[in-house]
Design a protein around this ligand. Structure first.
Ligand SMILES: Nc1ncnc2[nH]cnc12
Ligand SMILES: [Zn+2]
Length: 323
């Protein structure tokens, strides 16, 4: 398989239970869990919201620049071990600002690790700040303004959190402003929400990639549009199983999507929560769905094509000799 880029991973979703305990001790935060096993027992989800409840709760241990830098470095180290060459990671600023941790603290920690990722881990990286769609629109606008003022080195803006009931149309103005500032645009759509949300992400937000997008399959005209315009879908197989978006990995529609000509990529979403990093997602596709070397190679090539790397770097990676 050729070089792989990860394009859909929430940094806070790489917060492993061991690191939660370590940071709680360092920051003198009392956890509501007796021990690691008691915390791990809570990693059973029935839908997106049941996961988000724990995801936001666990973030309480992230307090200082150092905490964010350590979390980012732990993720890079894990990716480097898997041979991943590039990552565009999501960060949820509102989740931290809302509990009293300033955006400056979050991004100075993350940006520090990102600036050093090439030198320290041999992989390139960029930051995509995500708007929490289940929080007020004016708050998203205010936070975008703050990130621009702080001159956070951002690659793009994304849209995440609880999907159903929070259509992309709500954030049309915020995303127009982000685009005018030269930011790339991505959006979660069609994870739990209907195909209509994918149309809106494309037409109203100007999304260049759709995160998840698996429910697009319910709308043939939408599939045709995504194929024609080569709009990437960042699919997260293990996440879809754990959040019960699909009933089992054996029934995951990834091969159908690939065969339909969609530009699909494989990603981990929240690796500390869903049972695996990006390499483990690939491995389970091979073992459970019998994905071939050729199919995995197509997915890997798609990840490079779908990235926001420069065209020259993309060519270099796509032309690199296969191991
Ligand atoms: N899978 C997911 N969907 C929406 N928001 C998220 N935030 C973290 N993981 C997410
Ligand atoms: Zn996601």
């Amino acid at each position: 398989m050729g070089p792989v880029a990860e394009l859909h991973m929430h940094l806070e979703g790489a917060l492993e239970p061991e690191l939660i305990f370590e940071l709680a001790e360092r920051n003198r935060i009392a956890l509501p869990h007796e021990d690691l096993d008691a915390l791990r027992a809570r990693y059973e989800f029935t839908d997106l919201q049941s996961f988000l409840d724990l995801y936001y709760e666990n973030m309480a241990v992230l307090q200082t620049e150092q905490d964010f830098a350590d979390l980012t470095r732990a993720y890079f180290a894990r990716l480097a071990a898997a041979g991943v060459v590039h990552t565009e990671l999501f960060v949820d600023p509102q989740a931290h600002i809302a509990r009293g941790v300033p955006a400056r603290v979050v991004f100075e920690g993350v940006a520090d690790a990102v600036a050093a990722s090439e030198r320290e881990y041999g992989l390139s990286s960029g930051i995509i700040a995500c708007v929490l769609r289940d929080r007020p629109v004016p708050e998203a606008d205010e936070v975008l303004g703050e990130l621009l003022r702080l001159e956070v080195p951002l690659l793009g803006i994304g849209l995440d959190s609880a999907e159903v009931g929070y259509p992309p149309s709500l954030f049309e103005g915020v995303f127009a402003r982000a685009r005018a500032e030269g930011l790339h645009v991505v959006a979660h759509a069609g994870e739990e929400g209907p195909p209509e949300y994918v149309w809106q992400a494309l037409d109203l937000l100007g999304a260049e990639r759709i995160d998840h997008g698996i429910r697009a399959l319910e709308d043939p005209a939408l599939v045709q549009r995504l194929v024609d315009e080569e709009i990437p879908l960042t699919v997260c197989p293990l996440s879809n199983v754990r959040l019960e978006v699909v009933d089992s990995l054996a029934h995951h529609p990834l091969r159908t999507m690939l065969d339909a000509g969609l530009l699909v990529t494989v990603n981990s979403d929240d690796p500390a929560y869903f049972g695996g990093y990006v390499d483990e997602n690939f491995e389970q596709l091979r073992t459970t769905l019998d994905f071939t070397d050729d199919e995995c190679d197509r997915l890997a090539r798609n990840s490079i094509r779908a990235s926001f790397l420069g065209e020259g770097r993309k060519r270099e990676l796509l032309d690199a000799p296969r191991p």
